[in-house]
Design a protein around this ligand. Structure first.
Ligand SMILES: NC(=O)c1ccc[n+]([C@@H]2O[C@H](COP(=O)([O-])OP(=O)(O)OC[C@H]3O[C@@H](n4cnc5c(N)ncnc54)[C@H](OP(=O)(O)O)[C@@H]3O)[C@@H](O)[C@H]2O)c1
Length: 343
C-alpha cells in the first residue's frame, strides 16, 4: 500500500488517549512502499531524562535505508534486531518543538526549538533523550535543521578525526551527498583547500558548497596524476585502499566514513577494517569513523551554522505520507545534499 493512506489495521494502544500519525515498520525489507505504512498510533511516553518533541521535520540518510532493510546483516547482530527491527520507525534525525519534559530534565523547557536524534522521527511526536538533543540553530528553518543531526555531526567528527588544519589539501569523496555536503563546508570552515568528488550532474552543487576544486568521477580519476592530498574523507564510491593511498601524501590521513557496496553481510565494513590493520605498518594514517550521536557535537555544529559557515543543502522535501518515496529517492542516488520529511 502507499504510505500516504493511513492503515486502519495499525494496532493503536494509546496510553493517555492521544494518538499521532507515524510511519510504522514491522519487518525488514528492501522495498520502502511495501515495508512502511502510515499509521495512527499512540504518542510515545517519555522517561525522566527525555523530552517529548512535536516533530516539524525529519530527514533521510543512508542509515535510514540500513535501518529499514536490516542490511548489512552485521547491524542486526549489533543490536538493531535479528529477525525484525527493534525500532518500528526508521527515522532518526529531527527538528521540532519541545512539548513536554521528563522529571529530571533541566536544560529544556516546553516551547524550546530543538534538533537531534531519536528512535523514530518519521512521526508527529518523538521521545528524545536530552543527551542527543540541542537547541536548534536560530538561523535555520525546521526543514534545514532536521537535515543536520546525523549527516552534519558525522561530517564534523570525520573532519576532527582527520585533524584537518588550515591550508591542508582535503579531498572529499562523495561530496554531493548528505555527509559529503556537510564535510565540504566543515573542512572549508577549518581552513582547508577542499576538492570534492562527485558525479557530473552534481558538480554545480559541490562548487556552490564552497569546494575549491571539483572532480567529476565519471571523467577524471582522483588517484591519477601527481596530485597528493593531506587528508581524504572517504564517504562514497568504495575506492580500493591502494587508490586512496596513491592520492595521499606520504604522511597523509584517510578517514573512511562509508560507501555502499551492496554486500549483504558486512556492507564494505571489511574495507574499513583492512584500512585500520594496514595503518599499523605504513607511514600514512588510515582510519575509519564510527560516528556517535551526542549533544556536545550538535551544539558545536549549531555554532558553525549560526556563524554562517555552514548551511544544510536541501534537495527535496516530502510530506510524511510519502516517506517511502523519499527513502527510495536517496537509495537511488538522486539526492543532491539532503532529503527532508515534513509533518
Ligand atoms: N561511519 C559512520 O559513522 C557513518 C555515519 C553516517 C553515514 N555513513 C555512511 O556514509 C555513506 C554516505 O552516507 P550519506 O547519507 O551521505 O549517503 P548519500 O547522501 O547517498 O551520499 C552518497 C554519496 O556517494 C557518492 N558516490 C557514489 N558513487 C561514487 C563514486 N564512485 N565516487 C565518488 N562518490 C560516489 C554520491 O555522489 P553522486 O551522487 O554524485 O554519485 C553521493 O554524494 C553511507 O555508506 C553511510 O552508510 C557512515
Amino acid at each position: 500500500m502507499k504510505t500516504a493512506d493511513i492503515d486502519e489495521s495499525t494496532p493503536s494502544t494509546p496510553t493517555n488517549g492521544e494518538t499521532m500519525r507515524a510511519i510504522v515498520q514491522d519487518s525488514y525489507g528492501v522495498e520502502p512502499e511495501r515495508v512502511l505504512r502510515l499509521g495512527e498510533i499512540a504518542r510515545p511516553a517519555i522517561g525522566d531524562d527525555e523530552v517529548l518533541v512535536r516533530v516539524a521535520a525529519a530527514s533521510v540518510d543512508m542509515g535510514t535505508w540500513h535501518c529499514m532493510t536490516g542490511l548489512p546483516y552485521a547491524m542486526r547482530l549489533a543490536g538493531f534486531g535479528v529477525r525484525s527491527p527493534k525500532a518500528p520507525n526508521p527515522g532518526r534525525a529531527l527538528a521540532g518543538t519541545v512539548e513536554a519534559v521528563g522529571n529530571d530534565v533541566t536544560e529544556f523547557t516546553s516551547g524550546d526549538e530543538v534538533y537531534g536524534t531519536c528512535g523514530g522521527s518519521f512521526a508527529e511526536y518523538a521521545s528524545v533523550e536530552t543527551s542527543v538533543l540541542a537547541p536548534k540553530p536560530a538561523n535555520l528553518s525546521f526543514e534545514q535543521a532536521a537535515a543536520a543531526p546525523i549527516s552534519g555531526v558525522t561530517a564534523l567528527q570525520a573532519v576532527r578525526k582527520a585533524n584537518v588544519q588550515p591550508g591542508q589539501k582535503v579531498l572529499v569523496i562523495g561530496a554531493s551527498g548528505g555527509v559529503g555536503s556537510f564535510a565540504v563546508q566543515i573542512a572549508k570552515a577549518f581552513g582547508a583547500e577542499v576538492t570534492g568528488v562527485c558525479s557530473t550532474g552534481k558538480t554545480d552543487l559541490v562548487r556552490a558548497l564552497g569546494a575549491d576544486h571539483v572532480i567529476d568521477y565519471t571523467i577524471d580519476d582522483f588517484a591519477a596524476g601527481e596530485h597528493r592530498y593531506d587528508v581524504i574523507l572517504d564517504v562514497g564510491g568504495n575506492s580500493r585502499l591502494s587508490r586512496l593511498r596513491r592520492a595521499l601524501t606520504a604522511r597523509g590521513t584517510v578517514v573512511i566514513v562509508g560507501g555502499e557496496t551492496g554486500g549483504r553481510w558486512l556492507g564494505g565494513f571489511d574495507r574499513s577494517l583492512r584500512a585500520v590493520v594496514l595503518s599499523t605498518v605504513v607511514s600514512q594514517k588510515l582510519s575509519m569513523l564510527a560516528s556517535t550521536e551526542n549533544s556536545d557535537d550538535l551544539r558545536a555544529l549549531r555554532d558553525l551554522i549560526e556563524s554562517g559557515q555552514i548551511t544544510p543543502a536541501i534537495d527535496r522535501t516530502y510530506p510524511l505520507g510519502e516517506t517511502a518515496a523519499a527513502i527510495q529517492y536517496v537509495r537511488d542516488g538522486h539526492a543532491r545534499g539532503k532529503v527532508v520529511i515534513t509533518m
